[in-house]
Write a protein that binds this ligand. Structure first.
Ligand SMILES: [Zn+2]
Length: 482
């Protein structure tokens, strides 16, 4: 009895000690307010000028073009750009190919190497009837520029080019070479970025940093965090399309047997959704992301986020319960997106199939994740066919010089914002440049409202006029202070 009491007391003391350590760490990480003034500013005239440029670029519809397709609409867009960016067209070396823009701004010190700024020209199609305005009007109304590509990604492209145009007109020459690249087929994972990266590699060029579209400046990202976050993507999840086919005897729907192809596919899909069979883990950059925000959180959440040594395992398990996005941070995801069966309502098909779009995680790559589904499919006598498979990108260095430089620029340009390393659940062209750079960073220096974020690839895309100006000045600051 005495020993039991002693053991209980020891457990209580241990728990109190652990909690005390956690509380102490939570108190210590509390972030200081950054009360500095933003290092960037702009005038109303500049705001209007940048908005007009973006508006003109939106007016030219440039839906993605695969290799070999007619890309004349992109040449139309480039005529508009030539009008607005005379200095760039006069100064930068032209290495364009098939509508893809690749330009070189020669630096003054070749030993310093090179950087690359990216933003694609192509847009996803716009289903006009869902929009409240013409998607290609480029209307400037209510403090925003409206239209397809306003955010993804013509504002990134125009902000980068506005920044370079302005720097040239101010007589600035960078020390490093500055490359600009803009593909015509990012949205369809076309070959533009692959070809450009190969071209640079063949020329023996290494890039100190690649800065492409990515996470933006967004508020209300985490519960308990009042500040907006600037999300810098250092890794992208993989991408697979997998076809699952069930075969059986077809027949008349009036005398149905058990376990028809569609019934088996249904059971398979239900099991995948119910068991959610992928490994849940907190791997870079998610713990680092939580560490970055910990100091800004309200106390109970700060206690958890500043003690990941204790709560990491638990968080990995429970995060998917909070939101689909939180789930996507800790595991491979899969969504069943297309289905095909019989051609007629009263015919049982002899084969039926579904397509699953999977986004493999860094800790459970494509092959292993596909195998998880293959094993479940086998139970229902379903065939697995991999149509497309791509692993996650490399994981960038969140402690490296280039990440820290970008972080510093964010802190100085946006003092009210918390920079965080971030996992991109979608893909960008950026990963193609891993063959020429160890620092592929994905960040869009633009403040977006939740509504604007939700309009990505959807109806009523827009971007704020002042957010665009802030982006232009951010790129200037980034180039100038390297
Ligand atoms: Zn994009």
């Amino acid at each position: 009895m005495k020993y039991v009491l002693f053991a209980l007391l020891a457990i209580v003391v241990l728990v109190v000690l652990v909690l005390a350590v956690c509380a102490l760490r939570a108190v210590k990480v509390k972030a200081k307010e950054n009360t500095n003034k933003p290092a960037i500013s702009w005038t109303k005239e500049e705001e209007d000028k940048y908005a007009r440029v973006l508006s003109d670029m939106i007016k030219v519809s440039t839906v993605s073009k695969a290799r070999g397709e007619d890309y004349s609409d992109f040449l139309e867009l480039q005529k508009v750009m030539e009008k607005h960016y005379p200095n760039i067209f006069a100064t930068l070396e032209k290495h364009d190919f098939q509508g893809n823009l690749l330009r070189l701004w020669k630096g003054s010190n070749p030993s310093k190497g090179a950087i690359l700024l990216m933003g694609h020209q192509d847009v996803v199609p716009a289903a006009e009837k869902e929009w409240t305005r013409d998607p290609f009007s480029g209307a400037i109304e209510d403090g925003c520029i409206h239209g397809r590509g306003a955010m993804d990604c013509k504002s990134t492209l125009s902000a980068e080019w506005d920044a370079v145009e302005e720097l040239i007109s101010e007589g600035f020459t960078p020390e490093e070479d500055v490359w600009l690249f803009s593909s015509v087929n990012e949205e369809i994972s076309g070959g533009g970025a692959i070809d450009a990266a190969k071209y640079l590699k063949e020329k023996g060029i290494r890039l100190n940093a690649v800065l492409d579209e990515g996470g933006a400046v967004i508020g209300n990202v985490f519960p308990g965090l009042s500040k907006p976050c600037a999300a810098v993507g250092i890794v992208e999840k993989g991408f697979c399309n997998i076809k699952f086919t069930a075969r059986g005897k077809g027949g008349h729907a009036s005398t149905p047997p058990k376990n028809t192809p569609i019934a088996r596919l249904g059971k398979f899909i239900a099991e995948v959704e119910k068991t959610d069979p992928f490994k849940r883990e907190l791997v870079t950059p998610i713990p680092e992301m939580f560490t970055a925000i910990a100091g800004h959180l309200i106390f109970p959440l700060r206690l958890v986020m500043s003690n990941l040594w204790l709560f990491k395992g638990l968080l990995a398990k429970v995060l998917p319960l909070f939101s689909p996005m939180a789930g996507a941070f800790v595991k491979t995801t899969c969504a069943f997106t297309m289905a095909q069966g019989s051609e007629a309502p009263n015919v049982i098909p002899d084969s039926a199939s579904v397509i699953c779009n999977m986004r493999p995680s860094v800790h459970q790559k494509a092959e292993e994740s596909i195998d998880v589904l293959r094993q479940i499919a086998k139970k229902y006598d379903i065939e697995t066919e991999v149509l497309l498979s791509r692993d996650p990108s490399n994981v960038g260095d969140h402690n490296g010089k280039e990440f820290r430089y970008l972080q510093k620029c964010i802190e100085e340009a946006f003092p009210d914002v918390v920079p965080i390393p971030y996992l991109m659940t979608g893909g960008t062209d950026c990963r193609q440049f891993e063959i020429v750079s160890d620092n592929c960073l994905r960040f869009t220096p633009t403040r977006l409202t939740p509504e604007q974020l939700a309009a990505m690839h959807a109806a009523n895309e827009s971007i704020g006029v002042s957010a665009l100006a802030e982006g232009v000045k951010f790129y200037k600051y980034y180039i100038k202070n390297r």
